[in-house]
Design a protein around this ligand. Structure first.
Ligand SMILES: Nc1ncnc2c1ncn2[C@@H]1O[C@H](COP(=O)(O)OP(=O)(O)OP(=O)(O)O)[C@@H](O)[C@H]1O
Length: 243
């Protein structure tokens, strides 16, 4: 379909004898939030790595706006509108928070420098709830604040599709409400999102569709209500006793 922003078909990757991702297909359209769910070790992070160019797939297709990018380096994929955060935050720890966000502008069209870059970085930091942190050293921030810096850095690349790897994990209930509102506001700005998430409250309230993986393979597709009530999904998460 023509309005598909991100079209993943038959994506697969082995590590030795292990099929970490095995025939994953999914599509994301403008203003959609798609959840990628599954138990630990089911291949979700590997899938994000394959889509974002951190790893090359053995087979399968990753199309962005109809153009093939499977196996392209991460910087090209970023340049073409796919940003991401990492499950384990990856910042330039000895640089300031602002410098980290400015670094995220390096691969955008019409890249920014100097004062204008700093101004936009500060606006993004305000957006993620980090006003007043711009001059601090990134490595000195609390972990949750580092996650926010990483989100601001990803947004600095002006993504059309944002890949979030457990960005909502570890938040307290109040922080979770704010974070869900923040993610929803990104959708309102025409950013589509693929989110790997274990926080089911967030999945229910944010996702338009979900894909559930187990042992690398997709086992269920549908709305959050559908996939979370799907027997196989309950088994994959909780074991046979709960199904
Ligand atoms: N670089 C690697 N080399 C070898 N095996 C790997 C590598 N990366 C991941 N794996 C394995 O691939 C499988 C899928 O891992 P992955 O991290 O993608 O799962 P996940 O669903 O994201 O798990 P979690 O929810 O715990 O983050 C696991 O068995 C993991 O040990």
């Amino acid at each position: 379909m023509s309005n598909v922003l991100l079209d993943v078909q038959g994506l697969s990757r082995r590590f030795g004898g292990l099929k970490a991702v095995d025939g994953l297909s999914l599509q994301i359209r403008p203003r959609e939030i798609v959840g990628l769910l599954g138990p630990n070790g089911s291949g979700k992070t590997t899938a994000l790595n394959l889509i974002s160019g951190v790893l090359a797939p053995d087979s399968g297709s990753v199309k962005i706006n109809g153009h093939e990018f499977a196996g392209s380096p991460a910087y090209r994929i970023t340049h073409h509108g796919v940003g991401r955060t990492f499950q384990l935050v990856r910042l330039f720890n000895t640089m300031t928070v602002r410098e980290n966000v400015v670094a995220g502008m390096a691969f955008t069209n019409g890249r920014l420098f100097g004062r204008e870059a700093a101004r936009q970085a500060d606006a993004l930091l305000e957006r993620v709830g980090l006003s007043g942190y711009a001059g601090k050293e990134a490595g000195q921030l609390a972990y949750m604040d580092q996650k926010k810096v990483e989100l601001a850095r990803a947004l600095a690349g002006r993504p059309k599709v944002l890949l979030l790897d457990e960005w909502l994990a570890g938040l307290n209930p109040t922080e979770l409400i704010d974070a869900i509102a923040l993610v929803r506001s990104l959708k309102d700005e025409d950013i589509s999102i693929l989110m790997v998430e274990h926080v089911l409250e967030a999945v229910r309230s944010l996702c338009d569709h979900c894909v559930v993986m187990t042992a690398g393979a997709p086992i269920s597709y549908g709305t959050p209500a559908h996939v979370l009530s799907d027997l196989e999904v309950v088994r994959a998460y909780l074991g046979d006793d709960h199904a």
